[in-house]
Design a binder for this molecule. Structure first.
Ligand code: ATP
Ligand code: MG
Length: 600
């Protein structure tokens, strides 16, 4: 490609709305343009990157025996109603764009494709002889994200590779899951990314596990906790650990004491260690049948509630309230408390035994608190907790004798850096930021059961198909590569996904020798199958060098002064290393470097 024919507009200033380096650089270098919140045009340079990433993904997926297809983006609401996801995906903080066609039928714009693919499996898969099978597509997804940001990292329209596998049993699912894990590692390695595979939250679906692939970068929205030896790694949403030991309690008799103004754990520290406090956190849960339930979580004072774990626990409780799933979980503010309180709450002084009579009978909320205890409080003795009265706490309380331990106990706490590893308490957890670029998932039979996708097994019995699903954010991954690799002058693309591998710069267009040599090189590179750009623009050499650095092309060749010695200058973008190469062998040398850098 000749730069003189390209639509390339580079900017000197960072775009006002861009917060992280990769977003700034992609806009400045003319790779993307914003058209609305979370909506971007992929301009020619970006599109080449996306195609290269897609091709690597495709090759690695095909190598596992998966087959490519393309599923519709317009999805009939009925399928989502049958799976039970229509309401959660279109209401409250749901992320599906929903629309109506001219006949008044409801449709969604695909945020993901479990329903579609399961419907197809339901129609096409009859027998165990057709299994296992794995289908994938690379396509635009639509999600009405609450906070679109960081350019392509969290868009409302983005490119995803999603794969769905069908199996006769769990063992077969596990085999494919392992193959996907290996394929994902190869994809990320080939794309030149430093990453970590970590345990991930599987949400309410359950299933037997899921793993996220995190590209390590400070701008990552996710926190990863891991052990130094690398044998444990998990998204903080999922991570488990041992909390620090609780300090022994000095309070041996139960006593209600005045603690004026001590409505926070920090202010209680004048009386006791936070590890000796049972703090009680109030949540408002709304289930999908509209039922509101007030939830009281008892957890140790120095710990925080992990709302992902809490959501999973509450989802399990949904059937007890005649519901299928949880729609919304919030910490009720003063305004929402007014909807259900019969009298003002002793906030800051709540006890695990806060009376159900605080819930107004006609409020529509369930008449009793759903009481849950985190494991950190189960073995606490002689603890401090609220007295359900402003300015009073109970000291030296015990479960059983003084207070009833909630029947439901679970791990609801947020693990954090510094906590001890469960498997090996001599190790402590470290923390890193990560960008989630992929997620692989053992789904089980949730969708096949809901949509009636059954097959006949060897014994002639009908069974629901066992499923897995595997996503990779192609556009997010492309931007993550830059978040991991840039400098003050611009982007540094890994060779395998660079829009072009080589850029030839002609410093002086009036110099026929320079032009001639560059044109000849350009021709040879093209013949050799190298992705080459020729900067033949009527611009000063300095401008061309700056642009080449900004767009991050791995190798720059300059047909300048050294031509008189039969040499060209070659600059490696990443290392900023300059050397001269003989004109005749330059193409061959660069070709070798490129093959080596791609590592295939
Ligand atoms: P996140 O936790 O970041 O919201 P997710 O868990 O909703 O992502 P999945 O449904 O597992 O994501 O989608 C598979 C992959 O698609 C993710 O690993 C991520 O790389 C990508 N992805 C998800 N949402 C977006 C988005 N809004 N913009 C760009 N890529 C996305
Ligand atoms: Mg995820």
């Amino acid at each position: 490609m000749r730069l003189s024919q390209m639509l390339l507009v580079t900017l000197r200033e960072d775009p006002a709305d861009a917060e992280i380096p990769s977003h700034k650089l992609l806009v400045r270098a003319g790779f993307i343009r914003r058209l609305g919140s979370g909506i971007y045009a992929y301009l020619p340079l970006m599109w080449r990157v996306l195609q290269k990433v897609s091709q690597i993904v495709r090759e690695e997926m095909n190598a596992t025996g998966a087959q490519e297809c393309l599923l519709p983006q317009l999805q009939p609401a009925e399928l989502w109603q049958t799976s039970g996801r229509w309401d959660t995906y279109t209401q409250a903080e749901g992320i599906m764009f929903a629309l109506q066609d001219r006949a008044g039928r409801q449709l969604g714009l695909g945020p993901t494709h479990e329903e579609i693919i399961t419907q197809i499996a339901q129609e096409m898969i009859r027998s165990y002889r057709q299994l296992p099978v794995n289908l994938y597509q690379i396509q635009t997804k639509f999600r009405d994200e609450i906070r679109p940001r960081f350019g392509l990292m969290r868009g409302r329209e983005f490119i995803m590779k999603d794969a769905y596998s069908f199996h006769a049993d769990e063992a077969s699912l596990k085999e494919t899951y392992q193959a996907m894990d290996q394929a994902y590692r190869r994809i990320l390695t080939r794309c030149g990314l430093a990453f970590r595979a970590v345990e991930a939250d599987s949400g309410a679906i359950g299933g037997s596990g899921s793993q996220e692939f995190m590209v390590l970068a400070d701008a990552g929205e996710d926190e990863v906790l891991y052990s130094e030896t690398g044998d444990y790694g998990a998204n903080v949403e999922k991570a488990v650990s041992l909390a620090p030991e609780a300090a022994p309690s000095p309070f041996t008799v139960l006593e209600k004491k005045q603690t004026p103004g001590c409505d926070t754990i920090a202010s209680l520290e004048q009386y006791c260690s936070p590890t000796g406090v049972v703090k009680n956190v109030l949540y408002e849960a709304i289930f999908d049948n509209g039922q509101g339930v007030l939830v009281l979580v008892s957890i140790r004072g120095d710990q925080a509630v992990n709302e992902v774990k809490l959501t999973n626990e509450l989802t399990k409780q949904a059937p007890n309230y005649g519901a299928k799933t949880l729609l919304k979980l919030t910490v009720p503010d003063a305004e929402s408390q007014q909807k259900w309180t019969a009298q003002p709450l002793p906030l800051g002084y709540l006890g695990p035994d806060l009376a159900d009579s605080y819930i107004a009978p006609k409020s529509g909320f369930h008449s009793q608190f759903l009481r849950l205890a985190d494991r950190t409080v189960v073995d606490l003795q002689n603890f401090v907790t609220g007295a359900n009265e402003i300015d009073f706490h109970r000291f030296g309380a015990n479960w059983g004798t003084d207070l009833k331990l909630p029947a439901l106990t679970a791990d609801l706490r947020k693990a954090q850096a510094g906590d001890r590893l469960i498997a090996d308490p001599s190790q402590t957890l470290q923390s890193a930021r990560g960008i989630e670029v992929g997620h692989i998932f053992q789904l089980g039979t949730k969708y096949s059961q809901a949509l009636g996708a059954v097959f006949t097994d060897e014994d002639g019995k009908d069974k629901p198909l066992v499923m897995g699903c595997y996503g990779i954010g192609v556009s997010r991954l492309a931007q993550a590569a830059i978040e991991q690799s840039y400098d003050a002058d611009g982007m540094i693309w890994p060779v395998a996904i660079a829009p072009y591998e080589v850029v030839i710069v002609i410093p002086n267009l009036k110099d026929a020798q320079q032009v001639g040599a560059a044109e000849a090189l350009y021709q040879s590179f093209q013949e050799a199958g190298v992705d080459v750009l020729l900067d033949d623009r009527e611009e000063r050499a300095g401008v061309k060098f700056k642009d080449a650095d900004l767009i991050g092309i791995p190798y720059r060749i300059v047909t300048g002064k050294s031509l008189k010695d039969g040499q060209v200058e070659v600059v490696e973008r990443a290392a900023k290393k300059t050397q001269t190469l003989p004109l005749e062998t330059a193409v061959k040398t660069l070709q070798d470097w490129i093959v080596q850098a791609k590592g295939v």
